[in-house]
Design a protein around this ligand. Structure first.
Ligand SMILES: [Zn+2]
Length: 377
């Protein structure tokens, strides 16, 4: 391609695709929409590169292109334990859950894992019902994500990091060492690589499972869940990098927000600045804590608790305040019409059920909408 030609658009590349099919007949062996999606992916990567000025598209060498998409289906391709894919044919599958009634199959993404020995078909389904995003209501908790305990909520509920990860990691190290001693590209090397890939897959499945279980555990306890908006990728570059990546905090937060959405719980991220330096009882700044300092002790009011519990409580307060702030513009309008509780009153309302987590239904059922919370989007 000559450098004078302007950057080819998606449509232009798609047009070229038909030309290439004439000169490279083997391209015809792949379903046309799959090749088009491939071009689209490249196009999206270029666009992202152009707008962000970084992330130059990488050439995908053999074994690096691990998924492809069938974007359209006229009728459901899944029948009697088989999936029928254009140009590939019927493939036996292990159907993890049936496609719910009223949904139709929108697309299927085929994903390859463990060096092409494990294959998944990810089915996207669609339904015409619009599901609204959950609104803030009921009982809230703040969750502090950290290294010592995996997570501590504002109720001082702790989730410890799953211990089996460490065993798996040391097994991985042994396998990796063995694999590195083999002659590259030899038969034994391939076998050893496969073992490493299998264990990697196992670890990532175990981690995801742990994240799902923890997310559901949190959703069982509250209607609103708040976490910090830490950029885990940046933090992982620091000296705690390895452990941070092991924990997969970014993935956990994404899954948590998804589980919340699915279960109708409200999820929000709050500003992470100084969450470990503010006293949740009296709002006093207690100064920077060293990482090894595990206890929060407030010289102003004498409140003392574990460090992560204190920041969990600060996160909760910020979360609740963010809801009130969202409502501020509406408060002015509606305050004349209906007597809304004062801001302090609100906190009082929220503070009662938040003090302990087996809420007695006599005080607060935890499910009713709080008075006055009306948020428009
Ligand atoms: Zn204090």
């Amino acid at each position: 391609m000559s450098p004078d030609i302007p950057f080819p658009s998606y449509l232009e590349q798609k047009r070229q695709l038909t030309q290439w099919k004439k000169t490279h007949p083997w391209l015809g062996a792949v379903h046309s929409q799959v090749t088009q999606d491939c071009v689209k992916r490249l196009h999206n990567t270029w666009e992202r590169f152009k707008s962000k000025k970084f992330g130059f598209p990488r050439f995908k060498k053999f074994g690096r292109y691990q998924s492809f998409l069938f974007p359209q289906f006229k009728e459901s391709p899944i029948k009697d334990g088989f999936i029928k894919l254009p140009k590939i044919g019927s493939v036996e599958i292990n159907l993890h859950r049936p496609i719910p009634e009223g949904f139709r199959v929108k697309g299927v993404r085929i994903v390859s894992r463990v060096r092409g020995t494990v294959w998944y078909a990810v089915v996207t389904i669609q339904c015409d019902v619009k599901v609204p995003d959950p609104l803030p209501f009921g009982r809230g908790i703040g969750a502090d994500i950290g290294l010592e305990s995996y997570l501590v909520t504002s109720d001082n509920f702790r989730v410890e990091p799953a211990r089996f990860f460490r065993d798996l990691q040391s097994r991985l190290k042994v396998l990796q060492r063995k694999a590195s001693r083999k002659n590259k590209r030899s038969k034994n090397w391939e076998k050893a690589q496969l073992k490493v890939a299998k264990l990697h897959h196992e670890i990532s499945n175990a981690r995801k499972n742990f994240h799902f279980q923890t997310s559901h555990l949190l959703c069982d306890q509250a209607d609103m869940i708040f976490v910090e908006d830490i950029n885990f990728k940046m933090t992982a570059k620091g000296f705690l990098g390895k452990q941070m990546l092991d924990g997969g905090f970014g993935q956990f937060r994404d899954l948590l927000s998804w589980v919340c959405w699915k279960r109708g719980n409200y999820f929000a991220q709050v500003d992470h600045k100084y969450t470990s330096q503010i006293c949740p009882e009296c709002n006093a700044h207690t100064g920077k804590k060293e990482l090894k300092e595990r206890v929060h002790h407030c010289p102003e009011c004498g409140y003392s608790t574990s460090r992560d519990h204190a920041s969990g409580r600060v996160i909760l307060q910020r979360g609740l305040e963010s809801i009130v702030r969202l409502d501020e513009s509406e408060r002015k309008l509606s305050a004349e019409k209906s007597a809304l509780p004062e801001r302090e009153g609100w906190r009082g309302n929220l503070a009662i059920p938040n003090r302990s987590f087996g809420v007695s239904p006599g005080i607060y059922d935890g499910r009713s909408v709080l008075p006055g919370i009306a948020i428009s989007r």
